[in-house]
Structure formats: structure tokens, C-alpha cells
Ligand binder design. Structure first.
Ligand SMILES: O=C(O)C1=N[C@H](C(=O)O)C[C@H](O)C1
Length: 292
């Protein structure tokens, strides 16, 4: 039995007019995702602008997500990866006792460009010390280092590493080898919104999908159909959602998603924090036109 299955929405961090985290708004967003069938929520993902939040803000976001998820019995995954092992362990230790947290999302250490054995040793060390199991976040186009199938399978054999968010910019041979050989209780989650269904059809457990901030129920149905083997239905939905995904990622994430949520009246500002810049009006308008 896989610990994680279905669609997890990596929540944006809404900012109010004064630039503060709008906790009440975040809670409303999360409740909406769960009402629409999302399996759970990811706090402090890339889409949550985790790297631009200070310690108190990160805590406020995690507490808000924990309240909503615990209330509804929904699983919460919390981003806790950094680019050094000691800090990553410390971020994981902060998750002890937080209600609803079923796993961390731990990114491959960025900037340092460690060797693959170094990355594997990093995750093994963090997994030994963490109060919660880990989901590895493999996103080489962001981190400049990635994990191939052999390294991922080595990590998948670790009892405290329960899944991977696989975001390699496609469905490559390593992903297919991983899907074919991973233990049955290891969750391979699609992490690139354009390729969620192919990953699920080849044995994946679901998705962590920023695009599911909109049309949440459609993303959920697509993944449910994929998991149940209703391929024609799943494929039709994937085809319909693809233009939405492409529009939402036309500029650096989460700028367009925030622009759309703001235009829909769901968050108070479209603001992202520097070095990200707000989405252009044409990008937001293009996405909105697809959602009407
Ligand atoms: O925050 C996340 O987790 C996600 N971020 C990705 C990104 O911005 O690269 C996109 C993915 O949908 C989930």
C-alpha cells in the first residue's frame, strides 16, 4: 500500500497588500482543493515560494496547512529540503509532532553540484534522522543535479523514503526504469504537470501538480481514471488540460497561477517575491481565456 496516492496540490503562498502572508486566504484555498477531491496538500513547495519565506512565515504556512489537513484527515507533505545536509536535517526535525504531516518533500541539493553518491548519502542521512518519511524531489532543471534510475532505486529501498516527485522535464528512460522496478509501496509522483498521466499509466501513484490550483476536480478525475485503468477517459481529460498547463507555466511558476487566482478573486494580490516578478497581463489573460 502506497502512503501517497492521488493529486497533491502544492499551495501558493498568498500575500496581502502589505506583503504579509495571508493565512486565512491560504486556509480557504486549501479547503477548496480538498473539497474538490485533492488527496492532500504540499506546503512549502516550489510553488509556495518557500525559498523567499523567513522562518516565521514558513512556520505560519505549515501551521495553516496542518490545521486544514488535520481537520479533514488529509495528508500533508511539507517541503524541508535545502542544499546542505545539516540544515535539511534541522528543517526535518521541526516537523516532529506537526499534525497531519505524513512526509517531507526533500529536494536534491542545489547549487553545490554534488556527485550522485553524495546525493544518495545526503538522503540516507536525512532519512535516518527525520521524524517523518521522505519524498525525494528530483528536479534537475532547477537543481543542476539529478538522480538516475539506479540511484532512485537505491533510495526507494530505504524504509524511510516513501516516494519521489519526479520532475525531469519529460518521461525519460530513467523514469520508466524506476516505474518498472520500484517496490510496490514506493510512490512515484508526477512532478511535471504536462506529463502526469503518462507517469500514472506506467505505474505512478499520482501527482504533485501546481496546475491543479485551477480545475482541481478535473486533475483529480484524470488521475483517478489513470489509476483505475480508464485510459480513454483519462486521456481525453489530459488532452483538455494540456493547454491550461502550458498557459500556467508560460512564465516562471507561480507567477501566472497567482495572476489567475487573483483575477478569480481567490487571493488578495498576484504578488510574488523577487527575484520572481508578477506575470504579464497577456500570460494571465491567455490562461483565463482557457478557464472560462
Ligand atoms: O511546488 C511544487 O511542488 C511544484 N512546483 C513545480 C515547479 O514550479 O517547478 C511544478 C509542480 O507542478 C509542482
Amino acid at each position: 500500500m502506497r502512503l501517497l496516492e492521488g493529486v497533491f496540490v502544492p499551495a501558493v503562498t498568498p500575500f496581502d497588500e502589505s506583503g504579509r502572508v495571508d493565512v486565512a486566504c491560504l486556509e480557504r484555498l486549501l479547503a477548496g482543493f480538498l473539497d474538490d477531491g485533492a488527496a492532500g496538500v504540499v506546503a512549502l513547495g516550489t510553488t509556495g515560494e518557500a525559498s523567499a519565506l523567513d522562518d516565521a512565515e514558513r512556520r505560519a504556512v505549515v501551521d495553516a496547512c496542518a490545521r486544514v489537513c488535520a481537520d479533514r484527515g488529509a495528508p500533508l507533505v511539507v517541503g524541508a529540503g535545502t542544499n546542505d545536509t545539516r540544515t535539511t536535517i534541522a528543517r526535518h526535525e521541526e516537523l516532529a509532532g506537526v499534525p497531519g504531516v505524513v512526509a517531507s518533500l526533500a529536494v536534491v541539493p542545489y547549487y553545490v553540484r554534488p556527485s550522485e553518491p553524495g546525493i544518495v548519502a545526503h538522503f540516507a542521512e536525512v532519512a535516518e534522522r527525520s521524524p517523518v518519511p521522505l519524498v525525494v524531489y528530483n528536479v534537475p532543471y532547477r537543481t543542476a543535479r539529478g538522480l538516475g534510475a539506479d540511484a532512485l532505486l537505491e533510495l526507494a529501498a530505504h524504509p524511510r523514503i516513501v516516494g519521489v516527485k519526479q520532475a525531469v522535464g519529460g518521461v525519460d528512460a530513467d523514469t520508466l526504469r524506476l516505474l518498472a522496478a520500484a517496490p510496490r509501496d514506493f510512490a512515484v509522483l508526477g512532478g511535471d504537470d504536462a506529463y502526469l498521466l503518462p507517469v500514472v499509466l506506467m505505474g505512478g501513484a499520482g501527482a504533485i501538480a501546481a496546475a491543479a490550483h485551477v480545475r482541481t476536480a478535473d486533475f483529480v478525475q484524470m488521475i483517478d481514471d489513470g489509476l483505475a485503468g480508464r485510459v480513454a477517459e483519462a486521456r481525453a481529460r489530459a488532452e483538455a488540460l494540456l493547454p491550461v498547463v502550458l498557459a500556467l507555466f508560460a512564465e516562471p511558476n507561480p507567477a501566472v497561477i497567482k495572476g489567475v487566482l487573483h483575477a478569480q478573486g481567490r487571493i488578495p494580490t498576484p504578488d510574488v517575491r523577487l527575484p520572481l516578478t508578477p506575470a504579464s497581463k497577456p500570460a494571465v489573460d491567455d490562461a483565463l481565456a482557457l478557464l472560462r
